[in-house]
Design a protein around this ligand. Structure first.
Ligand code: F6R
Length: 243
């Protein structure tokens, strides 16, 4: 695991975007991106747009798979992950919307929808580079503490902490969905490259657990210690509890 400590969230975005761009340049137009919602990757997406434009990187054949989507939540709601990915990733990077995928949180059979999502990732050739954040409790995707290391895309219950953290996107915590469909820890471990961005002191405990703690299901991000090509880009505040 490579850890890069920078001063500000903007710098984290620039450094993380360069890590992503390295994969895009190497793989070429058919690159398969793994994308996350939330605040952490926003500066990365902005910096990536600048790189893609200035180098005229061809993403016309690129596809993207989101880590997660809320369950039983209208996909046209502005806080759905379908809408969030459209606003922050698909449109700014001019990806083909038909090649941008999210798990189906409205399916009658969520387990089958999870299996279909895994199949779609396999058929695309696997995820070349997964861009992600971590929750203040160390979750990655919505694999909350206690998730199986072998888990694949499936319905999950959001931790109380996660619903509190995400309440800032809604008028009240009661509006935050209780369930999501999330790629599993096994899915994430299969990605070829991981770029995780964490900024702010609220992420300091999670970062310390991910980087230096024992590998444990109670800090799901700690499984990245087993990933062959994972880079964490963190700011000084998020790094403040590292030894
Ligand atoms: C989002 C996701 C989550 C977030 C995490 C951090 O698609 O999978 O794991 O990355 O909850 O959220 P922010 O970046 O808003 O602090």
């Amino acid at each position: 695991m490579q850890v890069i400590i920078v001063d500000t969230p903007e710098e984290a975005g620039r450094v993380a975007a360069e890590e992503v761009a390295k994969v895009i340049r190497r793989v070429g137009p058919g690159v398969v991106l793994g994308v996350a919602t939330g605040s952490s990757p926003l500066t990365t997406y902005e910096a990536l747009v600048d790189i893609v434009r200035s180098e005229q990187l061809d993403l016309s054949q690129a596809s993207a798979f989101a880590l997660d989507e809320y369950v039983n939540f209208p996909v046209d709601h502005e806080q759905s992950y379908t809408e969030t990915i459209r606003r922050t990733v698909t449109e700014p990077l001019a990806l083909d919307p038909a090649r941008v995928h999210l798990p189906d949180g409205l399916a009658d059979d969520l387990a089958a929808a999870g299996a279909a999502y895994e199949q779609a990732i396999r058929e695309a050739g696997g995820i070349d580079v997964q861009i992600m954040g971590t929750g203040s409790n160390g979750h990655i995707g919505f694999n909350e503490p206690g998730s199986s290391f072998a888990s694949r895309t499936r319905p999950v219950k959001l931790a109380a902490q996660t619903r509190e953290d995400n309440a800032r996107f809604f008028d009240s915590i009661d509006e935050v969905p209780e369930q999501a469909m999330s790629q599993g820890l096994g899915t994430i471990l299969d990605t070829r490259t991981v770029v995780l961005i964490a900024t702010g002191e609220g992420k300091a405990d999670a970062v310390a657990g991910i980087v230096e703690g024992p590998v444990t299901a109670m800090v799901p991000g700690s499984i990245l210690q087993f990933h062959p090509d994972a880079t964490l880009v963190i700011d000084a505040e998020a790094a403040s509890k590292l030894q």
